[in-house]
Design a protein around this ligand. Structure first.
Ligand code: ARG
Length: 287
């Protein structure tokens, strides 16, 4: 059972046998129509639908080379539904469907719930009064049985311990303190082999200490202001490839040195809404 971990530690990059499944939602009604994070300020009405569609298609095709893509039907009037990372958090056959803190996104909840139910997931109970924005804030560690859960911006402070009780898996809460990095997946990315890309100033001191405690120095890939602002942490790691909006040459070299292959795919239209590669995806085969 510990084989994949041992392999990951030896090679630096884990290669999964089971084909991954990723949930995406076509950007049929994607737009910036309200402001619920700082990236959306001044962007209302400024996203170009055709360009967004082309960027999303390229991402989908890129991922489809290595994983199966499952699609949830987009709904008119829900411009952020394209960000399926916020549909919920899955572990095995269980899903915790998101309870959005952002009012504007609440109407997505029943649609995602219906999709997961139709796909045969067990819907875990979740208290209505605790905001939790799914895999935007909950990320599975790739080297140990551990889930990292961001809170303080969108998910409630009670979300980490609630998640731990629901999943019966160790959860470490990380407090987010910079509104630009309002979901954990905008500033933190666990990678195969126990590597972690993260932007330290996005976290309070205690949370930084927790990351350092769990991650040996040589596995910490600290992301500076420039790369963090290009959403470099918002990456999808797949079989050694790291699919991301953009990364500086220095970061690309650092990732290659760690055994990864950075793969850049521009997602500028979605950045106007405060999201990029990772936000547009939800890994469904997580264990
Ligand atoms: N406009 C969306 C929101 O603020 C973007 C969501 C990005 N998703 C993510 N997982 N970071 O909710």
């Amino acid at each position: 059972m510990t084989k994949p971990l041992a392999m990951a530690q030896n090679s630096g990059v884990a290669r999964r046998d089971a084909r991954q499944r990723i949930l995406m939602c076509a950007p049929d009604d994607f737009d910036v129509r309200y402001v619920i994070n700082p990236w959306m300020a001044d962007q209302i009405g400024k996203a170009t639908r055709s360009l967004a569609r082309a960027q999303w298609e390229t991402l989908r095709r890129t991922l489809a080379r290595t994983v199966d893509i499952e699609l949830v039907t987009p709904a008119a009037g829900l411009p952020d539904m394209v960000f399926t990372a916020n549909a919920g958090f899955t572990l095995g056959d269980t899903v915790v469907v998101s309870r959005f803190s952002a009012e504007e996104r609440r109407a997505e909840e029943p649609l995602f719930r219906a999709h997961f139910a139709a796909q045969g997931f067990n819907l875990a109970p979740w208290p209505q009064d605790i905001a939790f924005e799914g895999a935007g804030d909950a990320l599975i560690d790739r080297a140990q049985k551990l889930v990292w859960c961001g809170y303080g911006m969108r998910s409630d402070a009670a979300a980490p311990q609630t998640l731990e009780a629901v999943l019966e898996r160790r959860v470490i809460g990380l407090r987010l303190i910079d509104p630009r990095f309002y979901h954990l997946d905008t500033c933190f990315c666990p990678l195969a082999g126990g590597f972690v890309m993260y932007h330290p100033p996005a976290f309070d001191a205690e949370s930084r200490a927790a990351i350092e405690r769990e991650t040996p120095p040589e596995k910490r890939i600290e992301i500076g202001e420039d790369d963090a602002s290009r959403f470099a942490c918002n990456a999808v790691d797949l079989c050694g490839e790291i699919v991301m909006n953009d990364a500086s040459p220095a970061l690309q070299n650092r990732l290659r040195a760690a055994g990864f292959a950075p793969l850049l795919t521009p997602l500028g239209e979605f950045m106007k809404a405060g999201g990029s590669a990772k936000c547009l995806t939800l890994k469904l085969v997580e264990a």
